[in-house]
Ligand binder design. Structure first.
Ligand SMILES: N[C@@H](CCC(=O)N[C@@H](CS)C(=O)NCC(=O)O)C(=O)O
Length: 242
C-alpha cells in the first residue's frame, strides 16, 4: 500500500522518539510510521545508518522535499515547525526563547535524565552499581527540573501562553521523572504544566505510538494501549517498497 503522505517517520517509543510523534499528532498531520525495533538492532542496520549516521531514533524523510532527511529530534521539531507553520511563534523574541528552551532540553534535561535512567534501569540490571554516577545524574536532573519550575511560574507553557516545540521536546523527558527516580516534590509550577499537557488529547495519543510505554510515567494499562495501536498502523512502509 503506497501513501501520499509527505513525512515518513522512523521512531520507537522513547522520550526522544515521541517528540516528532507529538508534533504530528498535535498538528493533525498524516504521516507514515516506520517503527524501529531496538531488539533487532534496526537502528544500526546499514540502510538506516544511511539516513541517520548516529544510529539512533528518531529520523524523518520528507518526500515532498526531494526525500530530504532530518535526524536529531530537536532539528526534526524545528524542521516540522517551519514546514507546517505550527508550534513556533513568529515573533522573533518568542521564537528565540523557543529555541533556547529547546536547546535546554536537548543539552540538559535529555542527557542528564537519560543517564539517570541508564545507571538505575539498565546498568544496575547488568550488575553495574555506580552510586556516585546515579547521585550526580539524579541531582543534576532535579536541579534542571527546578529551573523549569521557576520558568513556569506565571506561565501556561515554556514560552508564555503558547504550546511550542519547546514544550513538545521537554514534556516526555520531564514527565518521565518517575522512571529517572527524580523527585518533583515542591515543584508546583512544573506539576501544573504536567497536568496541562496530560490533558492534551493529541499528546497523550502520541505517547501510545508506535507502542505505549506507560511504565516510563508510572501509570496506565499497557495491554489495552497495545491493542489499540495494533489497529492503527497496519502497514510498514518498508514492506510497501519491496
Ligand atoms: N540526540 C539524539 C538522541 C537520540 C537517542 O538517543 N535515541 C535513543 C532513544 S531515546 C536511541 O535511538 N537509542 C538506541 C541506541 O542507542 O541504539 C536525538 O535527540 O535525536
Amino acid at each position: 500500500m503506497s501513501s501520499n503522505n509527505d513525512i515518513v517517520l522512523y521512531t520507537a517509543s522513547t522520550m526522544n522518539g515521541w517528540k516528532p510523534v507529538i508534533f504530528l499528532e498535535e498538528a493533525g498531520v498524516d504521516y507514515d510510521l516506520v517503527p524501529i525495533d531496538f531488539s533487532k538492532r534496526e537502528q544500526k542496520a546499514p540502510e538506516y545508518l544511511k539516513l541517520n549516521p548516529n544510529g539512533r531514533i528518531p529520523t524523518i524523510v520528507d518526500r515532498s522535499n526531494d526525500d530530504f532527511v532530518v535526524f536529531e529530534s530537536g532539528a526534526i521539531l524545528w524542521y516540522l515547525a517551519q514546514k507546517y507553520g505550527k508550534f513556533l511563534p513568529s515573533d522573533p523574541k518568542a521564537q528565540s526563547e523557543t529555541l533556547q528552551w529547546l536547546m535546554f532540553q536537548m543539552g540538559g534535561i535529555g542527557p542528564m535524565m537519560g543517564q539517570a535512567m541508564y545507571f538505575q534501569r539498565i546498568a544496575a540490571k547488568q550488575g553495574e552499581e555506580h552510586p556516585f554516577a546515579i547521585k550526580r545524574y539524579v541531582d543534576e536532573s532535579r536541579r534542571l527540573l527546578e529551573v523549569l519550575n521557576t520558568r513556569l511560574e506565571g506561565r501556561q507553557y515554556l514560552v508564555n501562553e503558547e504550546f511550542t516545540i519547546a514544550d513538545i521536546a521537554t514534556y516526555p523527558w520531564a514527565r518521565a521523572f518517575y522512571w529517572a527516580n527524580v523527585s518533583v516534590e515542591g515543584l508546583p509550577h512544573l506539576q501544573a504544566w504536567f497536568d496541562r499537557i496530560d490533558g492534551r488529547e493529541a499528546t497523550q495519543r502520541a505517547l501510545t505510538i508506535p507502542k505505549p510505554f506507560w511504565a516510563f510515567f508510572g501509570r496506565g494499562d499497557v495491554a489495552a494501549q497495545e491493542r489499540e495501536n495494533a489497529d492503527r498502523f497496519k502497514t510498514d512502509v518498508r514492506k510497501d517498497n519491496e
